[in-house]
Design a protein around this ligand. Structure first.
Ligand code: UDX
Length: 432
């Protein structure tokens, strides 16, 4: 099939590349000329495991191409994916200007039947708005379909190629059949393609992300309570996770959820509720608890240094909002760094992938190290913000040699309590 993908951000790029992998002819469109040139040379503009291999293979096979021209995109694809950003507006709602702007342009350029697919995470009712925006400009027949994505950063290629489910919101049989044909190769395992109305599909995405964010936040509160009463959240986690109604996943407490999706989507769903006169009490709490959780280590670090962090050097391991990504959007590490700097501390940081992005965002306010041990030179304490595998089994002897105080504040519960005690560290983790 011929596919066009408008927008080569994270979702668009993964979608385009993986659809080319099953033999479709894919044209990806982006307004950023430098980015298009870079992709035409075969360079992947984001870090995502395995994407580079698929990218190169499909470019070589002539199935994956790039262009700046929306007109070319409209000529090429029978199915046009909109994978445009929906950033958070000042009031927390999703800003639809990119999506609706593209819809208006499509209306002006469309010459024959197309299926327009909303792939971006968009509020309930957006498919209708996209449909109306296009229809204002043209008499040509077209359909609008909602097809939310459930990709996790770091696992996006695998998630796309082997999805647990595909959700398609469509009220047109013609469009539904085309979408089913497109996705058939990805659900050979028998996983379902769920067909529903557009609004339910749009809400499915927000409900899924908000549910998962709530699950994590609930565990963060249980962890905080564990500390007060002397229980161990790891034991409680396994204790409840073995109940299949609860499930083992997304029960890991830490220093709050971050990233490009959960924070934005929870706020956007909350805002959508307000707009129709519904107050989401749960989401209101989730937002508040998560914001507190991000800096939960700060009072502990402060107390350890008896309220005097001035000129103390704090080493940070992990800057990305989670491992296997260079994404620092809403990363707890950034909030922790800000609080430390406010208190007069110096920060040296190491992250396997995300240092360039942090440098770009906060410049030389902190110093960066070329490896995890170098970050400990002259440091008074270590704070762990991201659970990269490399941090899981460190050389504790080396850490002790370098740190001035043998203190570790672990926001991701990486170490065994007994082992770390034997090593002689002051160790503070979450809910244990
Ligand atoms: C998420 C959804 O999982 C995905 O389906 C959606 O399409 C986009 O948003 P992503 O943001 O890539 O994906 O990361 P994910 O692995 O889901 O983690 C989100 C956040 O939750 C991270 O900050 C992570 O550290 C945190 N988290 C996750 C926990 O704190 N505890 C857990 O048990 C799991």
């Amino acid at each position: 099939m011929k596919i066009s993908v408008i927008g080569t951000g994270y979702v668009g790029l993964v979608t385009g590349t993986c659809l080319a992998e099953t033999g479709n002819e894919v044209l990806c469109i982006d307004i950023d000329k430098d980015k298009v040139k870079q992709m035409q040379k075969g360079e992947v503009p984001i870090y995502e495991p395995h994407l580079d291999v698929l990218f190169e293979r499909n470019i070589k096979a002539n199935r994956l191409k790039f262009s700046n021209s929306l007109e070319e995109g409209l000529m090429h694809g029978d199915i046009i994916f909109l994978a445009l950003p929906t950033p958070e507006d000042e009031d927390g709602s999703a800003d639809l200007s990119y999506v609706l702007g593209a819809a208006a342009d499509i209306g002006k350029l469309i010459k024959d039947y197309k299926v327009i697919v909303d792939k971006s995470t968009v509020p309930v009712g957006t498919a209708d708005r996209v449909r109306k925006t296009i229809a204002k400009e043209t008499k040509v027949e077209f359909d609008v379909v909602s097809n939310p994505e459930f990709l996790r950063e770091g696992f996006a290629v695998d998630d796309f190629l082997k999805p647990e489910r595909i959700v398609i919101g469509s009220s047109s049989e013609r469009a539904t059949e085309l979408m089913k044909k497109l996705y058939k190769p990805f659900v050979r395992s028998g996983n379902p393609i769920l067909i529903m109305d557009e609004k339910s599909a749009e809400l499915t995405k927000y409900a899924a992300n908000s549910f998962l964010a709530t699950k994590i936040t609930f565990m963060n509160e249980i962890a905080n309570f564990c500390e007060k009463v002397g229980a161990d959240v790891d034991k409680v986690r396994v204790g409840i996770g073995t109940d299949s109604r609860i499930g083992k996943r997304f029960l890991f407490p830490g220093i709050g959820y971050g990233g490009s999706c959960f924070p934005k989507d929870v706020k956007a769903l909350f805002k959508s509720g307000t707009e129709v006169g519904y107050h989401f009490n749960i989401l209101d709490s989730v937002i508040k608890v998560n914001s507190l959780q991000k800096t939960i280590l700060i009072p502990r670090i402060d107390a350890y240094f008896k309220g005097n962090l001035k000129d103390k050097t704090i080493a940070i391991w992990g800057l990305a909002f989670k491992p296997e990504t260079d994404d620092i959007r809403e990363a707890p590490a950034l909030y922790i760094i800000e609080e430390l700097l406010c208190r007069g501390a110096k920060v040296t940081a190491y992250d396997p992938e995300a240092m360039t992005n942090v440098k770009r965002k906060i410049g030389n306010k902190i110093s960066f190290s070329s490896n995890m041990y170098e970050a400990l030179n002259n440091a008074d304490a270590l704070v762990i913000c991201t659970e990269w595998s490399i941090f899981r089994t460190p050389d504790f002897g080396k850490i002790k040699d370098k740190l001035k105080n043998n203190a570790i504040f672990d926001g991701r519960n990486l170490y065994d309590l007994e082992e770390i005690k034997e090593e002689g560290f002051y160790y503070s983790s979450i809910g244990r």
